[in-house]
Design a protein around this ligand. Structure first.
Ligand code: PMP
Length: 296
């Protein structure tokens, strides 16, 4: 059973600026810079069977995301790793989703934020299949979003920055209002980019094709799946993919920490099968994260 309570009203502990605080007391002031100007970055990572998958890569990306927003998180990668392990231990969970978040505080108001304190919080909760088990079985249904991933010269697109999610929320709302699960986003050039919270892989003639991540996140799951595919001798082509090509692909799946490997049944007018290669890579991924498959 998923917890139906609001996220601010739950039991447990949240790591906040170096201390474990009761869940309901992990609050910020309304005049927090990050709330006004999106000066925040975050991570999403999962624990499986008592271990956080690729923890160091997530902590490193968090630090890098902060630097791309011109701030330095006042903890080292090792300290962030340890804090995440402490949160996992305090949660009493073996499996779940963990959210580290770093943001500018309330010492300064206005666009400039150099004098703000940089905060870090880490929370964890149980989270099953992002799109639900049924959606995974039949494949999710997507629309094409009217929103496009911005050019790298218009936003720090390599950062997992909260501000970059504004159009993702709008895109997903639009999809859900029309009865779909998610939206596929093109980029500013019109090339296929990614989902609203996951990367995309196409299958044709036994090979994988995935857009080059030059204006969106090169996901940790994406890189993991590329490794898993190459281990099986499957060719992986990272390249520009234009919408004209979409009708020639047989399968499509999304990858992400929350989405794991999720088959896609359709995007707008294009249909895909929930095929063997997608299901094999999903199985390989779940085997790896649960340490049934070796990490090298
Ligand atoms: N793109 C977006 C927009 C995302 O939110 C995510 C999830 N963090 C990804 C891609 C996939 O990244 P990862 O595999 O590192 O979770």
């Amino acid at each position: 059973m998923t917890d139906q309570r609001a996220y601010h009203d739950r039991d447990g502990l949240i790591w906040l600026d170096g201390e474990m605080v009761p869940w309901r007391e992990a609050n910020v002031h309304v005049l927090t810079h990050a709330l006004h100007y999106a000066s925040s970055v975050f991570e999403g990572q999962r624990a499986y069977s008592g271990e956080i998958f690729k923890l160091t890569e997530h902590s490193e990306r968090l630090v890098k995301s902060g630097r791309l927003l011109d701030f330095e998180i006042p903890y080292s990668v090792d300290e962030i790793n340890q804090a995440c392990r402490d949160v996992l231990a305090a949660s009493g969970l073996t499996d779940g989703y963990m959210r580290p978040l770093a943001w500018r505080g309330s010492e300064q108001m206005g666009v400039s934020g150099q004098k703000t304190k940089i905060h870090l919080a880490i929370a964890m909760w149980p989270w099953g299949a992002y799109f639900g088990e049924e959606a995974i079985r039949r494949g999710i249904r997507m629309i094409v979003s009217p929103w496009r991933r911005p050019a790298p010269y218009t936003a720090p697109t390599e950062s997992k920055a909260s501000g970059l999610y504004m159009i993702c929320t709008l895109a997903r709302h639009q999809a859900q209002a029309q009865g779909y699960d998610d939206a596929l986003m093109f980029d500013w050039r019109g090339q296929v980019a990614e989902g609203t919270g996951a990367n995309a892989f196409f299958v044709r003639d036994g090979a994988l094709h995935t857009p080059t991540p030059d204006c969106f996140l090169d996901g940790i799951t994406r890189r993991t799946v590329i490794d898993l595919a190459r281990r099986r001798g499957i060719e992986v082509h990272e390249r520009a993919i234009w919408p004209e090509e979409l009708e020639s692909f047989e399968q499509l799946f999304l990858t992400g920490t929350a989405a794991e490997v999720t088959p896609v049944a359709s995007v707008g007018p294009w249909n895909f099968e929930v095929g063997d290669l997608t299901l094999q890579l999903r199985k390989d991924y779940l085997g790896l994260v649960n340490r049934l498959l070796s990490n090298s």
